[in-house]
Design a protein around this ligand. Structure first.
Ligand code: C5P
Length: 218
């Protein structure tokens, strides 16, 4: 089976991760979680103790981290400087700081280049993030933009993270605002992306719809 790149973008809690992993497993493709890459860099920045608002220092730390991420949709690990950070990158400290780190242009340039290389090496891959269809893989075979109501997104994330819904809703709103208003590569729907509102849809329905779209496109 030949090359096939699927770009899945959208805000937090839109169902990107679950849908992307299942789609990848279903079509025998690799899977890349670009959010995990920004989170792992953020973990290293926090550990280094540099000021988050000092873009130059943040970029320097980012450039020095030995970041490794797997692409197996059934389970991928993330390490930074040899430390497994799978659990810590999902914690409140990293979640609270990641949008600031992801707004630094040099950090994005670095990770976008890494992501393009991984996509080229994989050939068949589902890539999820915020700027995949617009910046990282503008020539993707299928671009999807997943949305869901704010209430649904907060409900899903709070169930996943075991944090109360109100706090999760506030955190999502804060990150959405930062992610969609930053100057470099903000969260945005590519003009040729298929928009899918997942508020009323189950995961299997979304995955089935995407598989149908892929079949249509040959
Ligand atoms: O998808 P996830 O919630 O793990 O992403 C964490 C953060 O990483 C986002 O809130 C965003 O700030 C950043 N991100 C990004 N570009 C991507 C993926 C994630 O800026 N392609």
């Amino acid at each position: 089976t030949g090359r096939c790149v699927v770009a899945v973008d959208g805000p937090s809690g839109s169902g990107k991760s679950t849908v992307s992993r299942r789609l990848a497993a279903g079509i025998g493709a690799r899977y890349l979680d670009t959010g995990a890459m920004y989170r792992a860099i953020t973990w290293a920045v926090l550990r280094s103790g540099v000021d988050l608002t000092d873009a130059e220092s943040v970029a320097k730390v980012a450039g020095e981290v030995d970041l490794r991420i797997g692409t197996d949709p059934q389970g991928y690990g993330v390490t930074a400087d040899g430390v497994n950070v799978d659990a810590e990158i999902r914690g409140p400290e990293v979640t609270g700081a990641v949008s600031a780190v992801a707004a630094v242009p040099a950090v994005r340039a670095l990770l976008v280049a890494r992501q393009r290389q991984m996509i080229a090496n994989a050939g068949r891959i589902v890539v999820e993030g915020r700027d995949i269809g617009s910046v990282v893989a503008p020539d993707a075979d299928l671009k999807v933009y997943l949305t869901a109501s704010e209430a649904a997104r907060a409900r899903r994330r709070s169930a996943e993270d075991a944090v109360d819904v109100a706090a999760t809703a506030a955190d999502l709103a804060r990150r959405d605002k930062l992610d969609s208003t930053r100057k470099v590569n903000p969260l945005q729907q590519a003009p040729d992306a298929v928009e899918l509102d997942t508020t009323e849809l189950g995961i299997d329905e979304v995955v089935a719809e995407l598989r149908e779209l892929l079949t249509e496109r040959g």
